[in-house]
Design a protein around this ligand. Structure first.
Ligand SMILES: [Zn+2]
Length: 70
């Protein structure tokens, strides 16, 4: 059983299919929708610009990128 810190709130969680705790999962999904609509509207945008516009941390964006979500 792997215990990992939640990347958003640092709470310990058991690593299963998600890499994020249930509490942050919903917020993460909302932020993800925001980010994908920004990228769709401006495909040449950089991650740091997305981070500024959507007010989402680079670490969150890089995590999505790592998992191939953006
Ligand atoms: Zn969390």
């Amino acid at each position: 059983m792997d215990i990992i810190p939640c990347p958003k709130c640092n709470k310990a969680l058991i690593k299963r299919t998600r890499e994020i705790c249930p509490k942050c999962f919903q917020k993460d999904n909302e932020e993800y929708r925001k980010v994908t609509s920004i990228i769709r509207g401006n495909p040449s945008i950089t991650l740091s610009e997305v981070s500024n516009i959507a007010n989402i941390s680079m670490s969150t964006l890089l995590r999505w990128k790592r998992y191939g979500r953006i």
